[in-house]
Design a protein around this ligand. Structure first.
Ligand code: IPD
Ligand code: CA
Ligand code: CA
Ligand code: CA
Length: 266
């Protein structure tokens, strides 16, 4: 039997330590490089943070595998055994430009089932954490199960890209939702937006293009609170490839799927 409480305790200790290193980098300056395009940025801190987790995990849990955004982990092509899915800094653009609105995101899976979800908003020292079946917490505070809400009262997290011309979705599909919702927000960190659903700061989050490390922790956290996570077509998420994401409080998910997303037939 895997001792999830012990793994969770280690992961929390390491995430706090990594957070301290990130805070220290603010006064030292960071080295910025581009990846796939001019807007796809990475810093030495993203890389160092991922390597820090990999060192700790390999030292303590040599049989576990690691899928990390910056590629220092293992080549993971299945989810057998225990796999850590890590985004060392989610919201790198914010990290560089704002020194806030970014988070460390860690999801731990066993045979494809989410067991531990951690999202750490470093600057605000807000650690969201959950072990499957044991509730979800913000620091020491036990979070309440998510309550149902209707579109006209909901705040939806969504990037404006998806209601402009783009090659993933017809903008006419989501623009009525933007119009009917109480409000929309875009924070620039998928992990943080999912964490904000957990606290009720927003009610749903929609994106058309996310990687496993963006969503691995958030879906564990939200499902633990009774929320629903799927692709924008209502299908199960795939943690080995890119996904659209529609993650939401209950009730709201069904309403949006039916009234705005034609039950996934688009
Ligand atoms: C990005 C953030 C952003 C989302 C992008 C992600 P990164 O992650 O989560 O909110 O819109 O799709 O790539 O690159 O800052 O870790
Ligand atoms: Ca990135
Ligand atoms: Ca990310
Ligand atoms: Ca990242």
């Amino acid at each position: 039997m895997t001792n999830w409480k012990a793994i969770d305790l280690d992961a929390k200790t390491w995430i706090k330590e990594a957070g301290q290193h990130i805070i220290q980098s603010f006064s030292k300056g960071v080295t910025i490089e581009t990846k796939s395009n001019a807007n796809d940025l990475v810093t030495d801190i993203d890389k160092n943070t991922e390597q820090f987790f990999i060192r700790k995990i390999k030292e303590n849990y040599p049989n576990h595998r690691i899928l990390g955004e910056e590629g220092f982990g293992d080549k993971v092509s299945d989810l057998k055994g225990i796999v850590w899915i890590i985004d060392p800094i989610d919201g790198t653009m914010n990290f560089i430009r704002q020194q806030r609105n970014f988070a460390i995101s860690i999801g731990v899976y066993e045979d494809g089932i989410g067991q531990i979800g951690l999202i750490y908003d470093v600057v605000n020292d807000e650690l969201y954490h959950s072990i499957k079946g044991n509730g979800a917490f913000l620091n020491d505070l036990l979070l309440s199960p998510l309550e149902e809400i209707i579109v006209s009262e909901a705040i939806i997290g969504m990037n404006a890209t998806w209601v402009t011309e783009n090659n993933r979705i017809d903008p006419a599909l989501l623009s009525p939702l933007v119009k009917h919702a109480r409000g929309t927000r875009s924070y620039g960190s998928a992990a943080m937006e999912m964490a904000y659903i957990a606290t009720g700061r927003i009610d749903a989050y929609i994106s058309l293009r996310l990687a496993p490390w963006d969503i691995a922790a958030g879906i564990i956290l939200i499902q633990e609170l009774g929320g629903i996570a799927s692709t924008l077509k209502g299908e199960p998420l795939n943690l080995l490839g890119q996904n659209s994401l529609f993650i939401s409080k209950p009730g709201l998910h069904q309403e949006i799927m039916k009234n705005y997303l034609n039950d996934g037939k688009w």
